[in-house]
Design a protein around this ligand. Structure first.
Ligand code: 4AD
Ligand code: MG
Length: 427
């Protein structure tokens, strides 16, 4: 008797055959003459029926929700069963009999979030995690195809990347260190050796705002490469986004369907993406928000308003220098404008930020001072401009924001198995 995955039965590969499955009880319904179990494994659910005269009856009677088991029986097509197939069980062996499972239909969202470690067994989280794993594969595929080398930057760092307000400090023996907000500066080091580099790693933000798009720990897809300009950067980013969306539309159809996510919007993602300047964005927004002026940062509502108008991913570029980080390269003839670009999507707004990096040592020192940062902290970063500086660009995209958009998730916390927010860090 072959031990098989439930998916194989649902795909019609074991019609009429004796099979063995291993999994957990998802639902149970008891009649006088028959017990119905819905059993799940990592690949899906199948209905299993146990007749009163079957040797499996006693075990089936004892089974509780989420008990683990091995079940033998005959697989057969049955239009009435969810998924179109069922197993008529011959024997059941209980592996772990579960206590009363705390998740039932009427539990509140708040309660479900508090017992995340059990909720991760739900079909919904199972599907999201599968798409997440696939999206990571698709992103890596694209970087590799473009000749990028994957690198592993540190998470303990000694100087801020994105400014002090969202920096997590920590005691490192008797020193003060931080958790990294972005691996960008380390990718910049490595491009002098490997040229095209990328990483997929956690980033940390002491982010107090409770929104549908903020976590305190998220996964960051970041790339950095030399001898490139803003146009190369936008072309790369739209290429990556298109590859991820097209691959997901092709290979994750079932997951989108079961999650009730609109697949059409990812099918429609194609290069080139619309591009507007920050100045044009302000002009557009002014019609609804007359007080907005050049120099203001775009908030979530502004980004959302722009993005909902486009209805698909697009770029906003050339932001005011004053609202950008110290490392942003500025136009020599317009130092008030930085070569910075955000990718935006409907409902979420910004999902990536990138740009050209200041490659002139003296301009960079001036920027560090202007921003009130300590030059000493960035001495190694300045070395990169002292020894063979090159023009270079890079970007960072938040994996969970990308998934929130792709899968129409209500909140970013459902895009990651163990979300960290101001209030959530258990388990
Ligand atoms: O815009 P950010 O802060 O840019 C950087 O960190 C650059 N150093 C990246 C680079 O050029 N290598 O963050 C980049 C992206 C955002 O666009 C967003 O998608 C995501 O990271 N992000 C967050 N995702 C979830 N929760 C948060 N608190 C996030 N903060 C940023
Ligand atoms: Mg940004």
């Amino acid at each position: 008797m072959a031990l098989i995955k439930i998916r194989e039965i649902l795909d019609g590969r074991h019609e009429g055959a004796k099979v063995t499955i291993r999994g957990w009880v998802y639902r149970k319904r008891e009649g006088k003459e028959m017990i119905f179990l819905l059993v799940r494994d990592s690949t899906g659910f199948i209905q299993c029926t146990i007749r009163k005269n079957s040797p499996a009856w006693n075990a089936a009677e004892r089974l509780t929700i989420e008990s683990s088991l091995t079940l033998d029986g005959v697989a057969k097509q049955d239009k009435r069963a969810p998924g179109g197939y069922e197993i008529s069980a011959d024997s059941i062996s209980i592996i772990g009999l579960a206590e009363v499972f705390p998740i039932a239909k009427d539990k509140s969202e708040e309660f479900i979030r508090d017992i995340r470690h059990l909720w991760l067994r739900s079909r919904r989280m199972n599907l999201v995690m599968k798409v997440r794993a696939n999206v990571l594969d698709f992103a890596r595929e694209y970087f590799k195809a473009q000749d990028f080398t994957e690198v592993s930057p540190p998470m303990f760092i000694s100087a801020a990347v994105e400014g002090g307000s969202t920096l997590f400090g920590l005691k490192y023996f008797d020193q003060n260190l931080y958790l990294t907000q972005s691996s960008q500066l380390y990718l910049e080091i490595l491009l002098y050796s490997l040229e095209n580099v990328y990483c997929i790693a956690p980033s940390f933000r002491a982010e107090k705002s409770r929104t549908i798009r903020h976590l305190t720990e998220y996964w960051h897809i970041e790339g950095e490469w030399p001898f490139a300009d803003m146009n190369d950067l936008m072309r790369f980013e739209e290429g990556l986004m298109t590859h991820v969306c097209q691959s997901a539309a092709d290979k994750c159809k079932k997951e989108f369907e079961e999650l009730g996510a609109d697949i059409a919007k990812v099918v429609q993602v194609k290069t080139p993406f619309p591009r507007i300047t920050y100045t044009e964005a302000i002009e557009k927004l002014k019609t609804k928000k007359p007080h907005l002026k050049w120099g203001d940062d775009l908030g979530y509502e502004d980004e959302k308003a722009l993005a909902d108008e486009f209805g698909k991913p697009f770029f906003v570029y050339d932001y005011p220098t004053a609202i950008k980080a110290f490392y942003c390269k500025t136009y020599r003839d317009k130092p008030e404008v930085a070569m910075s670009v955000d990718m935006m999507v409907p409902r979420i707004g910004e999902i990536s930020t990138g740009g050209a990096r200041e490659d002139d040592k003296d301009v960079l020192i001036k920027r560090i001072r202007e921003m009130g940062l300590n030059e000493k902290d960035y001495d190694w970063y300045l070395d990169l401009r002292r020894y063979g500086t090159v023009p270079h660009v890079g970007f960072g995209m938040g994996l969970e924001r990308l998934l929130t958009w792709m899968l129409d998730l209500e909140n970013i916390i459902d895009a990651i198995p163990f979300p960290r927010t101001t209030r959530r860090f258990y388990p």
